[in-house]
Design a protein around this ligand. Structure first.
Ligand code: E4P
Length: 217
């Protein structure tokens, strides 16, 4: 499973990238707002750190506007993946951009049928939003499982990118189901390494080691 970082925070992305944990990045207009930078500067900088796909989202809602914005965003770096919303105009733009050889991430997916449409439009990635589905009392993970099954039934090449991840358990469940990619906020990605028994065990080993009076090197 690939790990993408769901962030436009260049410092965090650099740190995680140095740990070898970043296969790609997803941004959105809210994350760009939070970064405080311009979409062009932030996207360019992220693309200089991460070699994998970096999703940058269009904000136009009509096809022509999306194509104009996609041309701008795509011109920022070769690894920019254009993010379009799950609308008919978004799907039309997805098909056209894919034909131009650009990777497209269809975002704001909340149903298996929407994911089916994105795959038929040639999307490189579909982004089902787990956390936001959970927020309305439904099961986001069930959505990932349905999409996985449908894509496998028909051998669609579109990658299932589990998004709106809020917990480490979301990451585990998405991996068990077979999501191709999970995009995770930096704090959640860092939390994956934590376990109280690891900390406790390490403390005990270090305490015993100190009693030996030895040095390894
Ligand atoms: C994915 O590409 C989105 O940027 C993101 O996962 C949305 O997450 P949220 O629901 O926590 O805003």
């Amino acid at each position: 499973m690939k790990f993408f970082v769901d962030s436009a925070d260049v410092k965090e992305i650099r740190e995680l990238s140095e740990l070898g944990l970043v296969d790609g990045v997803t941004t959105n207009p809210s994350l760009i707002l939070k970064s405080g930078g311009s979409i062009a500067d932030v996207t360019r900088e992220i693309c200089s750190i991460v070699a994998g796909p970096v999703s940058a989202e269009v904000v136009a809602t009509d096809y022509d506007g999306m194509m104009r914005e996609a041309a701008f965003l795509g011109g920022l770096a070769d690894n920019v993946c254009i993010k379009v919303p799950m609308t008919f105009d978004g799907l039309k733009a997805c098909r056209a951009l894919t034909a131009q050889g650009r990777k497209v991430n269809v975002t704001l997916c909340f149903s298996a049928n929407q994911a089916l449409l994105a795959a038929k439009a040639g999307a490189a990635f579909i982004s089902p939003f787990i956390g936001r589905v959970d927020d309305i009392g439904l099961d986001g993970m069930e959505l990932i499982a349905e999409i996985r099954q449908i894509y496998d039934n028909y051998d669609f090449g579109t990658e299932v990118l589990a998004a709106s991840v809020r917990t480490v358990n979301h990451v585990k469940q998405a991996a068990l189901i077979g999501a191709d990619v999970v995009t995770v906020p930096p704090a959640t990605l860092k939390a994956l390494v934590k376990h109280p028994l690891t900390d406790k065990g390490l403390d005990a080993f270090l305490a015993d080691w100190a009693k030996t009076g030895q040095k390894i090197a």
